[in-house]
Design a binder for this molecule. Structure first.
Ligand SMILES: CC(C)(COP(=O)([O-])OP(=O)([O-])OC[C@H]1O[C@@H](n2cnc3c(N)ncnc32)[C@H](O)[C@@H]1OP(=O)([O-])[O-])[C@@H](O)C(=O)NCCC(=O)NCCSC(=O)C[C@@](C)(O)CC(=O)[O-]
Length: 578
């Protein structure tokens, strides 16, 4: 038998109700439903779904019936989860019951001004109404949670008397609420106020397990207030993902304390919440983007940036040709292994850049010409297989969505030149060279010509092929075919580090899209395919969930270096060779 350990703190997620109710632009019901279902996946034990209130007063929640009637929400309701629905009136309760709601929340204000503005009645009438709704709900086996608003101050009346809060809490508990949430609706309280009020309530025989804290963050005190309340013995706290919220009847009131911030704080104090913080952070980013609002969670925003390099990674994969005794000549198994490493790396979200270099004196001396191992002069199927292998390797490098860098530690011949020029960028030691030596062997640079001709241009490629002369690094550099040159291995390594740190400014998706633009230019310059391809990439980069949304937000927020600070580059080495 598995025993489920209860979290030390229960978080009541009020984002779908309190978080959304104050947003002016209409939010599609589908977004609300998605928010609820994603929140459920985080392990939250309580999610306030919506309010059954007058659509005239809270138009944003006018779709409460659609939310309550949704199949997905009903399925969540069958799980071991509390899904309260805010219900101010008996009419609202009837609707909630009609939709099979098992728990409701009622609310009263501890102060007159807010009571009149919010529910259009006096505190006394509010208590009576809450009592009626609670009694009817309990008779229908519906659990009831209570809220007391304005525990510290009222927007119209000023500071709240603790005795008024005490009275409201007592009334709600006497009416049958299983717990009462203390609402700092204006977000004006700070830890000394919290300590003093909670202590007053406890001293007046309110059981601590019957109290919850509901703190808005207008003055940035909400997390501290939760901590103060926790230290007074409270174990239930209301919060909303991304700090969504506010109150239409409390001008200037900011959102609720962000759920991410609470979970971050409690987990750092080794206090369990049962909530998966990383999932929560993703939801906070998603809903903020969707609502075009800044993410109100400090921890959420920080963790989202931190997790970005982990999920999209900034790791460099270094592939080292490791057959130095044979000039790193490419045997059939090496070519196949090499192609599969490159292909796998292309799909690995943790890898952003692929660096190819050779071990020893040569970068790569091309196709293996060794006795007994070369496919040359075998004809037929051996030729076909070698063609497929070579084509597969060069295509894998050329088509890789990752940034590919050839680091020529020494001379390259034949297929080795193909490796270098199917990459995006080349670095070389000053004494390296490239030789299209095939014609001296009675061969031609067949499979590699696709890249050599494309990158070198016709006249230069033709002459180099026909003469089989070693082309110096200086010659390549002048033609823009080698990006940087180092004197010897050590300097080459330094140049590589400089290049890699420059490449880190790019998000992986932006790199891939940029490579695709060049490819479109090469293959379809001036044709419809290029226009269509560019349009597709444009749409992709402008999407709400694309790296662009994140990078531009960082730019607007003034984060140093925009995306540049996101990508850290560790080098992962993989040897290709026997
Ligand atoms: C590189 C130099 C100048 C060094 O010349 P060196 O400095 O005098 O050194 P070396 O000749 O002593 O070479 C060092 C070791 O590497 C071996 N080696 C070196 N290259 C290969 C090779 N490809 N295959 C197998 N082994 C090779 C060579 O055999 C020797 O091994 P050892 O004899 O000490 O055991 C000389 O060895 C040489 O000329 N090698 C041939 C280079 C060449 O022509 N490569 C092109 C191959 S064809 C090709 O790649 C076809 C392709 C892919 O382009 C077709 C297509 O595009 O479809």
């Amino acid at each position: 038998m598995t025993v489920k350990t209860l979290p030390a703190v229960r978080i009541v997620e009020v984002g779908p109700r309190d978080g959304l109710q104050n947003i002016r632009d209409s939010i599609p019901t589908s977004t609300k439903l998605k928010l609820i279902s994603r929140l459920e996946e985080t392990g939250l034990g309580t999610i306030e779904l919506t309010s059954v209130v007058s659509p005239r007063r809270i138009p944003q929640l006018a779709d409460c019936r659609d939310v309550l009637g949704d199949e997905g929400v009903r399925k969540i309701g069958e799980k071991d989860l509390r899904l309260p629905v805010l219900v101010p009136t008996v009419k609202g309760l009837d609707i909630a019951i009609e939709y099979g709601v098992k728990e409701i929340a009622v609310f009263i204000s501890a102060t007159e001004g807010f009571s009149r503005a919010n529910i259009n009645c006096s505190v006394e009438q509010g208590i009576e109404r809450a009592r009626d709704v609670t009694s009817l709900a309990l008779n229908s086996n519906v659990a009831v949670r209570g809220y007391v608003s304005c525990i510290f101050a009222d927007p119209y009346d000023g500071p709240t008397q603790p005795a008024s809060v005490l009275r409201c809490v007592k009334e709600l508990l006497d009416a049958g609420c299983y717990e009462v949430s203390l609402g700092d609706t204006l977000g004006v309280g700070s830890p000394p106020n919290v300590r003093s009020l909670v202590t007053f309530l406890l001293d007046n025989d309110i059981p601590r397990e019957k109290l919850a804290g509901h703190f808005h963050d207008t003055y940035g005190q909400a997390v501290a207030n939760v901590w103060a309340a926790y230290n007074c013995g409270l174990r239930v706290f209301d919060s909303s993902v991304a700090g969504l919220g506010g109150c239409p009847f409390a001008p200037g009131a900011k959102g609720n304390v962000a759920t991410e911030d609470l979970v971050y704080m409690f987990h750092n104090a080794d206090i369990s919440t049962g909530v998966d913080l990383s999932k929560l952070v993703e939801i906070g980013v998603w809903i903020s983007d969707h609502l075009k609002k800044p993410n109100g969670s400090r921890a959420g925003a920080a963790l989202a940036i931190k997790s970005k390099p982990v999920s999209s990674s900034g790791v460099n994969l270094k592939i080292v040709l490791n057959r130095p005794k044979n000039g790193n000549a490419l045997t059939a198994p090496m070519i196949s292994a090499f192609a599969s490493v490159v292909t796998r790396a292309g799909k690995d979200p943790h890898i952003s850049r692929i660096i190819i270099m050779g071990n020893g004196k040569f970068f790569c001396t091309g196709m293996d010409l060794g006795k007994g191992s070369t496919p040359v002069a075998q004809g037929g199927s051996a030729s076909d297989a070698q063609f497929q292998r070579l084509t597969g390797l060069f295509e894998a490098i050329d088509q890789s969505p990752k940034v590919t860098v050839a680091c020529l530690n020494g001379p390259a011949f034949g297929g080795g030149v193909g490796l270098a020029f199917s990459c995006d960028i080349r670095l070389a030691t000053r004494d390296a060279s490239v030789t299209l030596s095939e014609v001296k062997l009675g061969l031609c640079p067949a499979t590699i010509s696709k890249y050599v001709v494309r990158e070198w241009g016709f006249p230069f490629a033709r002459e180099a092929m026909l003469s089989a002369r070693p082309v110096s690094v200086e010659d390549l550099r002048v033609r823009g075919l080698v990006f940087d040159v180092g004197d010897g291995a050590e300097e080459l390594s330094t140049r590589l580090d400089i290049l890699l740190s420059r490449l880190k400014v790019a998000s992986p998706d932006a790199s891939r899209m940029s490579k695709e633009l060049v490819r479109l230019g090469c293959a379809h310059a001036g044709r419809d395919e290029q226009v269509t391809g560019i349009k597709g990439l444009f749409e992709e980069m402008m999407r709400v969930d694309a790296d662009g949304a994140h990078g531009v937000k960082e730019f607007q927020g003034g984060t140093e270096g925009g995306l540049g600070c996101f990508y850290s580059g560790n080098v992962k080495a993989q040897a290709v060779g026997p």
